[in-house]
Design a protein around this ligand. Structure first.
Ligand SMILES: C[S@@+](CC[C@H](N)C(=O)[O-])C[C@H]1O[C@@H](n2cnc3c(N)ncnc32)[C@H](O)[C@@H]1O
Length: 263
């Protein structure tokens, strides 16, 4: 079975020919995942595909404090880290992988962070869980860069996703992208520029900034892995300004095609 890594090169994962020791390791890892999947069902701070939560998050948190999402949260380092720093705000990590969410949710419970929750869903469907203006801000932390042009629509800063976020982000609500992928950083800058979205901050190299803000110093699991090996962490902060005009989608497609052709 072939999978593709972040550099688009095929990687072989498990096969019948794998040595017994390797098969044992896969079995143990698989077992651990299953245990975690079961465990999060009992966690009070994890909601899996919840019904009727849209517009009702204040009931879940027991207050009407502002809500900030961490999309593609993985183990939820931002949801937990920001939750600790800002007790007067609520944070929700969103991811589809229950075994990753387990880590953040467990830490939040151990630390007694009642302002941190996790939502297990596909990000394509996140619009089903929040009412208009229910969300104050969004962090997108080290998302898969989806390097192949054919996968551009899966990038979490593609207009397709920004339109979903626009359904529930309050006017002026900020979107933060932190990534180690130069390609995703450049793509997002292009989107921001093409759709004329208000750009509030553009940092090419976060750790070269004198006095980098403590929010930006929170390190996620993938940040530590440094998969892109770019030696840089990029950061963009922008807002949505009304609708993203659909007629610009064709221009974006054309730009991507040209980039693909020029390599
Ligand atoms: C590269 S990891 C980054 C995780 C974490 N933010 C970090 O920096 O360590 C990307 C995460 O996005 C999640 N993800 C990717 N596409 C998704 C989608 N469409 N819906 C929900 N989660 C998604 C994956 O499950 C994975 O946990």
């Amino acid at each position: 079975m072939q999978h593709y890594n972040r550099f688009n090169s095929p990687t072989t994962v498990f096969s019948r020919a794998a040595p017994v020791k390797l098969r044992f390791i896969f079995a143990v890892v698989g077992q651990k995942k299953l245990i975690r999947f079961e465990e999060i069902k009992g966690f009070s701070n994890v909601l899996e595909f919840p019904k009727e939560i849209m517009g009702n998050w204040s009931r879940h948190f027991g207050n009407a404090n502002p809500i900030v999402l961490e999309l593609a949260c993985g183990k939820g380092e931002y949801a937990v880290g920001l939750g600790e720093r800002y007790p007067q705000m609520n944070f929700i990590g969103v991811d589809i992988k229950g075994n990753r969410i387990w880590r953040g949710a467990k830490t939040a419970l151990e630390k007694g962070l009642g302002n941190v929750a996790f939502l297990r869903t596909q990000i394509d469907q996140v619009g089903e869980y929040f009412a208009p203006a229910e969300v104050n801000g969004i962090w997108i932390t080290f998302p898969d860069p989806q390097l192949r042009m054919s996968k551009a629509k899966k990038r979490l800063t593609h207009p397709k996703f920004l339109r979903i976020y626009g359904q529930f982000l309050r006017p002026g609500g900020e979107i933060h992208l932190k990534t180690d992928s130069p390609a995703l950083y450049e793509f997002t800058r292009q989107v921001v520029s093409l759709y004329r979205l208000p750009l509030l901050e553009d940092v090419d190299d976060v750790y070269a900034l004198p006095g980098v803000s403590p929010d930006l110093q929170i390190k996620t699991h993938y940040e530590k892995l440094d998969i892109a090996r770019s030696n840089r962490v990029h950061y963009l902060r922008f807002t949505l300004d009304g609708e993203l005009p659909v007629e610009k989608d064709e221009i974006l497609k054309q730009l991507l095609r040209e980039q693909e052709a020029t390599g």
